[in-house]
Each structure stands twice: as structure tokens, then as C-alpha cells.
Design a protein around this ligand. Structure first.
Ligand code: GLC
Length: 455
């Protein structure tokens, strides 16, 4: 009797727990289906654009230089992007092979690129005078790209947002914070947050992705209670049930609190997991060391590094969201444009090894200096040759599994043999190995790809 009671009690408490940690009533399979286009498309454009673009030295300039509202106002007063033509941006993204885009509807500075009923600190009050977000949505949609909004829950302009450790007016001691925040009321800001998220998810049609950024719990920080994260996510899902949500609201332990995780500015070692399970993921990366336009920043990644990032992400089951920071005039910097064009050139001929692809089955051993991706629908394996080999590329785990092999960029046949090409006796292969016989000259492709049709 006692035992039965105990079991019942346990079950009840488990049930309550499961209830508590569930924000969204959806099965694993339904989630996979909702995210299918995103998992397939793999490659998107991130866009950081705001009044910080005029400062031209990082979107965190207000914090980094501890600029107050009054001094920062000059960027708002001069925001007039006369060259802004989002159709051109969309064309660039598309030509690069990107399939979706995520733009900063509001970044930490608090300025909104959209017309909002709840603030005067918005694009329509700048000399530009128009709803830039609306124009952006129309342009990107017209080019067939999926639409994503980044929205910063952090706000360095709202008068009720309490000062914290990442705020430009951050302090050192509790007493200082108490003094700074005595007139501020986060609950008013929370309402504002909800109102604006409602606006962006109501006034612009179907929104495919929302990127809410970011939580920093701990001393003088902010997390789920400060944002009202649970309510916020419920609202998001109610307004746009198909939407895909990132993971920065401090709700890792909630089912439905996030859809994918977002490793930022670093390459993951392997497919990331949460509670031991592989999860959908997307790495966000910059071309150079800043998200917002940074005139004097010089650490631009080259074409091969960028392609490597994309291929490697897919080879570990993930996506890449690659950022551009348009200028204060609304154009895309020549360095970013060159980088996009370089990727587009490769993607035009090799996109098949990216779209619809994922990590290759473990039975295929990854040869040195190569990355593998695999398309489970077509049952094709893609071998990316990062460092072009001399004539022979041997691989374990492939014997008897190959129907046909070719270079992906020009569909030229690649001979698959049971021995190495060359002269002499020691040309045999190991048990289970095959050899791809390659031309001596590296094809005119940054990273050549062998497409293997599997049996
Ligand atoms: C960080 C930064 C921010 C950037 C974002 C992109 O959270 O605060 O400037 O927008 O990452 O992932």
C-alpha cells in the first residue's frame, strides 16, 4: 500500500514536471517536419544594420565606449541610407546560395528598423523616414528567400530597462545598481518587449524565423524572469505557429523553449548535443570580426575559409548563418560583396553537396584533409577535397558500395579502382579500401567535390 502510494506520488510529480517543462505541445516528429525546410536549406544570411552602422566601429560601440543617449543620438539624426535597395541585397544573398535571411529588427541599441506604435526611437522618425523592415521583407520574399527577424531583448535606450552588466552605463557594486535603477521598472519594459514582438510578428505576414538575443544570467545579468521568456515564447508560437525559434531566452530545459542552438563565431568539434541528444544547430559567423559595419576591421576570412565553414557545418549536421553589416548608406561593403560572390561561384556548381545534406554515416572513414556530407534522400556521398591530393584518394569503408563517381562541378567520371595508380609493386590497397583516380591538375574549383552514387 505504502509502495503504491509512493509510486502514485512519484508519477504525479513526474507528470507535473513534464507539464512544467513543456511550453509547446508538439511531438519530436512534428518538430522535425516544421523545421524540414530549414534543415534542408542549410545556408542563410544574417544582417546587422542599425544606427551603429554610422559609427562604423562595431554594433556594441555604445557599450564599448560607454556612450550616453545624448551623444549616441547623432547616429539616429543622421540615419539616411540613400543607397538602400534591399532587392540588391536579396539578389546577392540568393546568388551566394543562401536560402533564408535574418535581419536585426532591433539590436541592443534599441533602435527599430520598423515602424512601431510603442516608441519614437524608430526608423520612420529618422531622416530616412520609411519602414525599412517592410521594404526588406518585400524584397527578400520577392527573391524567394525565407524571412527571419532578429530582435534584441536587451535594450540600451528604453528608459525602464534596468541597467545591468552589459549596459553602456554598467556599474560595479550593488549599491550603484540600486541607485541607477531606482526609477526604472522592468515590468514596463517587459510589456514593451511583448508589444514589439507582437508588432513584428503581426504586421509583416508570415515570418519563418525569429532570433531573440540574448540572456546573460548571473550577477547583474538577465535571464528568463527578466524577459518573461515563457510568456514571450508562447506569444511567438501563438502568433506564428510555423516559426522556427533560436535558443537565447534562457529556456534550455523547456520543450518548445527553443528549436535550434546557436554556436557563435566558433567551429563545433562535433554535432552538438543537449542532454545527450543531437540537436538542430546553426553557427552564426561574420566575414570579419564585427556584426555591424566596421570600416577599419581587417580580419576578413578568405573564400576557402568561408566555404570550409559552410561544408564543415553541414558535415556535422548543421547550418551556417553568415553575416553582412551594410553601411550607413545602405549598401553592402565591397569586401562582403566579393566574399558573397566567391561563395556563389562555388555554390553554383557544388550546392548539391550542401542542400538536403547532413553528416555522413559513420561506416565511411573520412580521408585526410577531406570533409564528407551525405544526402539521405538521393543516397549520395560527397567528398570535399580541402587539400587536393596527388592522383590517388583512398578511402576505407566504401568497397562494394559505389555505383558511380564523378566530379560534382562538371559531372566528369572518376575512375574507382582496387589499386593505386603509379609504377611498382606496392600499389595494392588495404582490405575494404577503394581508390579514386584523380587528374593531376586540380580542377578550377576552390574546393573540388567528388559525388559518389551509392548502391
Ligand atoms: C551576440 C552579440 C551581438 C550579435 C549576436 C549574433 O549576442 O551581442 O552583437 O548580434 O551575438 O549572434
Amino acid at each position: 500500500m505504502k509502495n503504491t502510494l509512493l509510486t502514485i506520488l512519484c508519477l504525479v510529480s513526474l507528470g507535473v514536471n513534464a507539464q512544467q517543462n513543456k511550453i509547446w505541445d508538439e511531438t519530436e516528429e512534428e518538430k522535425e517536419e516544421r523545421m524540414a525546410w530549414w534543415t534542408h536549406d542549410r545556408f542563410g544570411m544574417f544582417i546587422h544594420w542599425g544606427t551603429y552602422s554610422l559609427a562604423g566601429r562595431h554594433e556594441w560601440v555604445k557599450k564599448r565606449e560607454r556612450i550616453d543617449d545624448e551623444a549616441y543620438q547623432q547616429y539616429f539624426d543622421h540615419f539616411n541610407p540613400d543607397l538602400y535597395n534591399p532587392r540588391e541585397w536579396a539578389k546577392l544573398a540568393k546568388a551566394a546560395g543562401m536560402k533564408y535571411a535574418v535581419i536585426t529588427s532591433k539590436h541592443h541599441e534599441g533602435f527599430t528598423l520598423f515602424d512601431s506604435k510603442y516608441t519614437e526611437y524608430k526608423v520612420t522618425n529618422t531622416p530616412y523616414g520609411k519602414d525599412a523592415l517592410k521594404e526588406w521583407v518585400e524584397a527578400f520574399r520577392a527573391e524567394g528567400l525565407k524571412i527571419g527577424f532578429y530582435y534584441s531583448v536587451i535594450d540600451w535606450h528604453h528608459p525602464e530597462y534596468t541597467i545591468d552588466r552589459v549596459h553602456p552605463q554598467s556599474a560595479k557594486t550593488q549599491e550603484e545598481y540600486d541607485e541607477l535603477n531606482k526609477e526604472r521598472d522592468m515590468s514596463v519594459y517587459r510589456k514593451y518587449l511583448k508589444n514589439q514582438v507582437t508588432e513584428i510578428l503581426t504586421n509583416y505576414g508570415k515570418i519563418d524565423i525569429i532570433w531573440l538575443d540574448y540572456s546573460f544570467p548571473g550577477e547583474f545579468g538577465k535571464g528568463r524572469d527578466d524577459w518573461g521568456s515563457i510568456e514571450l515564447i508562447k506569444l511567438v508560437r501563438k502568433l506564428q505557429p510555423e516559426i522556427i525559434v533560436n535558443d537565447r531566452l534562457d529556456l534550455e530545459d523547456y520543450w518548445g523553449g527553443w528549436d535550434f542552438i546557436t554556436p557563435e563565431q566558433h567551429k563545433v568539434k562535433e554535432w552538438p548535443t543537449v542532454s545527450g541528444e543531437k540537436v538542430p544547430w546553426e553557427t552564426c559567423q561574420t566575414f570579419s570580426g564585427s556584426w555591424g559595419y566596421y570600416r577599419d576591421e581587417m580580419t576578413w576570412k578568405d573564400n576557402k575559409q568561408l566555404l570550409g565553414l559552410l561544408i564543415e557545418s553541414v558535415s556535422k549536421g548543421g547550418n551556417l548563418l553568415l553575416n553582412v553589416g551594410p553601411t550607413g548608406r545602405g549598401s553592402i561593403d565591397y569586401r562582403a560583396e566579393n566574399a558573397l560572390n566567391g561563395m556563389g561561384e562555388w555554390m553554383k556548381y557544388n550546392g548539391r553537396s550542401i542542400y538536403g545534406c547532413t553528416q555522413a554515416p559513420e561506416e565511411f572513414e573520412v580521408p585526410d584533409n577531406c570533409l564528407l556530407t551525405y544526402n539521405p534522400t538521393t543516397n549520395r556521398l560527397y567528398i570535399h577535397l580541402l587539400d587536393y591530393p596527388l592522383q590517388n584518394l583512398t578511402m576505407l569503408g566504401m568497397k562494394g558500395k559505389i555505383e558511380y563517381a564523378q566530379f560534382l562541378h562538371d559531372a566528369s567520371e572518376i575512375e574507382v579502382t582496387g589499386k593505386l595508380k603509379g609504377y611498382g609493386k606496392r600499389l595494392g590497397l588495404e582490405e575494404g579500401e577503394v581508390n579514386f583516380v584523380l587528374p593531376v591538375n586540380k580542377p578550377n574549383v576552390e574546393i573540388p567535390v567528388i559525388e559518389v552514387f551509392l548502391n
